[in-house]
Design a protein. Structure first.
Length: 151
């Protein structure tokens, strides 16, 4: 039995807490944030890379071609949902694209962390495979979107 409250707490601590912390800092010390913001994407990529490498290494024995193929659905569906929901807001096209890419690339990592913590190692194989498949999916998304300028 999975404790839904604990899963919600994990999501809050992994997603909402850092988000609100960053938003709060940008309001309190905008000059400092303006100076460090150019390196923040690189730090985010490095942190995600560590999670991806660890997740893939921990689940390597359970990952095969069919798992990777099926697991491609997780980031694709996450990115699609982010795109659909972003159209309900007044976001600019470049903000929409950023949201989609961030959701697409982070959803398997979050799923892996939640699976390991709340569902056990056996449940982590699909999200781990999804993290591996992101190299392919991310490259295709970036390549296609680079050909179209924001509306």
């Amino acid at each position: 039995v999975v404790n839904g409250v604990e899963v919600l707490k994990s999501v809050a601590s992994l997603v909402l807490l850092p988000l609100f912390f960053g938003l709060g800092l940008s309001q309190l010390i905008p000059q400092v944030i303006g100076k460090i913001s150019p390196v923040c994407p690189l730090l985010g990529i490095c942190a995600t890379l560590l999670l991806v490498a660890g997740g893939a290494a921990n689940s390597a024995a359970s990952i095969n071609f069919s798992t990777i193929l099926i697991s491609c659905l997780l980031p694709v569906l996450g990115g699609t949902l982010a795109l659909l929901l972003s159209h309900l807001t007044s976001m600019s096209e470049s903000s929409r694209r950023t949201l989609v890419v961030e959701t697409l690339s982070k959803s398997p990592t979050l799923a892996y962390v939640l699976a390991v913590k709340h569902f056990g190692e056996a449940a982590s194989a699909i999200p781990a495979a999804s993290m591996v498949s992101l190299a392919f999916i991310g490259a295709i998304t970036a390549s296609l979107w680079s050909r179209f300028s924001p509306l």
